[in-house]
Ligand binder design. Structure first.
Ligand code: DQA
Length: 159
């Protein structure tokens, strides 16, 4: 069974009451549930971590290199715009990675228009609020299936 790893960075624990104009009123538990329902509808499982500590997020990404994670969906919060360490950890991880934001970061303050993690991700989804979560899970599963098919059709490595 494919595992999708959903990761949330700082301040996303406050969803529900945090700036509803940009982030809506869904709580963290509700956005995670939206992602989980989509994963399970496709026969996959969802693992989730939210943290206020950058090192914890990095350690979880390092663990994902060897724990059979199939793909990552990541809302890195403000670390999106500043963390080269997060960029490097994502770059190390070979599975598909989808960058996700609730708000349309391109229509807000100029610092939010730069994502330092985008070059280390396969693509990004932003601006659709809670609806972005199932979309991101579907994209992650599709990329995972595509990579698995490409790997399988390549056959075993030469001995
Ligand atoms: C966010 C956008 C970021 O700019 C911000 O720092 C967040 C949330 C979003 O989901 O829209 O914490 O990632």
């Amino acid at each position: 069974m494919t595992t999708i790893l959903l990761l949330h960075g700082p301040n996303l624990s406050q969803l529900g009451t945090r700036d509803p104009r940009h982030y809506g009123t869904a709580t963290l538990a509700e956005v995670v549930a939206a992602a989980r329902v989509e994963a399970e509808a496709h026969g996959a499982r969802l693992d989730h971590l939210q943290t206020e500590h950058e090192g914890e997020l990095l350690a979880r990404l390092h663990a994902a290199r060897t724990d059979a994670t199939g793909a990552v969906v990541l809302n890195a919060g403000a670390w999106t715009h500043s963390s080269y360490a997060l960029h490097d950890a994502l770059e190390l991880l070979e599975v598909p990675k989808v960058e996700l934001h609730l708000s349309n970061v391109h229509a807000r303050e100029s610092f939010r228009r730069t994502s330092v993690i985008a070059p280390a991700c396969d693509g990004s989804i932003a601006g659709f609020g809670v609806h972005g979560y199932p979309l991101a899970v579907r994209a992650a599963l599709a990329l995972h299936a595509q990579r698995t098919a490409t790997r399988d059709s390549a056959g075993p490595p030469p001995s």
